[in-house]
Every structure is written in C-alpha cells, then in structure tokens.
Ligand binder design. Structure first.
Ligand SMILES: N[C@@H](CCC(=O)N[C@@H](CS)C(=O)NCC(=O)O)C(=O)O
Length: 283
C-alpha cells in the first residue's frame, strides 16, 4: 500500500480517458490470457496489497491463464490492480472478476445457494470496505513498524514516502468516514470484523465448507496482509494469538492455490521475477 501511491503519483500516472490508453505494450499476449497489472511482489506474501492477491487467487481458482505485469502502472481509476483481457482493459479487482465470469462462463460459486451468495457478498464487503480501512489506519498510525517492514527504503527516502502516504491516507480515510473516529473506536471496528470472520469460518475449511468460492479470494487476500505484512500490529496479534482458525484458513488457501508461494515472495527461496510468465492451472 505505500510504494503504490508514491509510484502512482510520481512516476506512473499519465492522464488517460480510458483504460485502454494504459495497455502497455505491443508485446504478444496470447488470446484468452489475462495480463494482471499489479505492484511488485511483497516480502512475505505475493502482493503488498490485498486486492491484487485476491484477483490472482481468483485466476488460479477459476483456472484462467494469466501473466503478471509488475510495472506498477495504475488503472485509469488510479488504483491497483487492473487487467487486460483480449485487448480490453478493466479496472478494479471485482469488475475484473465480473468481466471474466461473463467472458469465460466460469463460475466458482456454482455450489452456493442464493442465501450463501448473499452472505458471501456481505462478508466480502465487510472485509474490503470496512476491515481494510482499519488496517490502513493501523499501518499508518503511531507505530510504523509494519509499514516499514514492507517498504524497501531507509533514511530520508523512507521518511519522505511515509509522510506522503500518511497525508494521502488521512485524506482518504476522512472521505471514507472511518478517519473521523478515534483510534480506539477504529480498533473496536477491526476487532468486530475479525471476530465475525473467525466465528463464521469456525472450523470449516473455507467460507462455505469444503469447497472455496469467490469471496474466499477476497477474505484470503486481506487476511494474508495482516498475517504476513503487518508485523507487531494489533491485527496480527489478535489473529495469531486468539483467532487462530483464520491462520489455518489461510494456510489451506495457500496449500490449494499457492503451491509456489515461496517462489512468488521476495524473501522466499527460489524467488523469481515472473513478469510476463504465463501461468496455467488447467489440470
Ligand atoms: N476496489 C478496488 C480497491 C483497490 C485499492 O484500493 N487498491 C489500493 C492498493 S491497497 C490502491 O490502489 N490505492 C491507491 C489509492 O487509493 O490512491 C479493487 O478491488 O481493485
């Protein structure tokens, strides 16, 4: 979440009226292969942001071939991630998923009842539109240990970046509304959300039993940030200390969709920059 805004604002954003202006290259992308534009890999999880990790996990779950573009180029909405599919650019992880479902006919929610689809959406929104902001507040609050553990800079560069991100984040959190609460109130929201997830998952393998669904991608992406990229934070301590079924849940998702996890994280054994490598999970 840091490098992102910095790079977006200082290096990569160019005015453009539609996403297609942003399609990077004349490179040959085979038909039906997604190009996933995201920031570089993270030190302990395959992304430093929950949303690219959600989308990449969905591509694996739905067995849609893809390649990454780690150039950190942002979408026309000035966010990451976004994707290119058969020459069309789509911004926002969820709109990417909706577009791919329509184009490919793949549905990873087939096994859910309409009631479960409703509950899945509610938990996804709790995670992405509420819990996420409590994480931003925690990372850019008084204790910056977590954010420093993922920023690759030191000294003045680190200070400048942190100051810039803090200012940008404060504005966004105020606009969202969460930034108008006290730190204790924000923490109480975070605890309520994390406990709700933990209670709902309980001892199930995934959100709705033995078969994962689309919302699992979003929940997994967010929980991985707390577990891997927020060291010493209250979020990490609560999950690892008390809500340990959430750690087990992430480990199951990892085992199922990320057998190459170590190769996709900067500190992993065998890490390799995979920009342009085509992933196929169709067997
Ligand atoms: N709804 C979007 C959210 C994406 C998002 O918020 N990405 C963050 C990175 S964690 C971002 O790009 N923030 C830049 C900004 O808000 O300026 C999605 O699902 O793709």
């Amino acid at each position: 979440m840091f490098q992102i805004w910095f790079e977006a604002n200082y290096y990569h954003l160019t005015p453009g009226s539609n996403n297609n202006d942003r399609l990077s290259s004349k490179r040959n992308v085979p038909r039906d292969v997604v190009v996933l534009y995201q920031v570089g890999r993270g030190p302990r999880a395959p992304s430093i942001s929950p949303f690219p990790l959600k989308l990449e996990t969905f591509l694996r779950m739905a067995k849609i071939p893809y390649m990454n573009d780690h150039s950190s180029k942002f979408s026309k909405k000035q966010k990451t991630p976004w994707m290119e599919y058969n020459g069309v650019a789509i911004a926002d992880s969820q709109f990417c998923i909706e577009h791919l479902k329509k184009e490919t006919g793949k549905d990873v929610n087939r096994h859910l009842t309409p009631e479960q689809v409703g509950v899945a959406r509610a938990f996804q929104k709790l995670t992405e539109e509420n819990l996420y902001w409590t994480m931003c507040s925690e990372m850019f609050g008084a204790d910056t240990t977590a954010v420093k553990s993922v920023i690759p800079y030191r000294g003045i560069k680190l200070w400048l970046l942190l100051s810039f991100l803090r200012r940008a984040l404060r504005k966004e959190m105020w606009g969202h509304g969460i930034g108008r609460h006290t730190p204790d109130e924000i923490w109480s929201i975070a605890v309520g959300d994390m406990r709700a997830l933990s209670h709902f998952i309980d001892d199930k393998a995934f959100l709705f039993g033995d078969e994962p669904c689309e919302a699992d991608c979003a929940v997994f992406g967010m929980l991985c940030m707390m577990i891997e990229h927020m060291p010493t934070s209250r979020h990490e301590r609560l999950i690892k200390g008390e809500l340990t079924n959430l750690v087990d849940y992430c480990n199951r998702m990892k085992a199922r969709y990320w057998p190459d996890w170590d190769k996709c994280i900067l500190t992993g054994k065998g890490y390799a920059n995979d920009s342009g490598k085509i992933y196929r999970f169709d067997n």
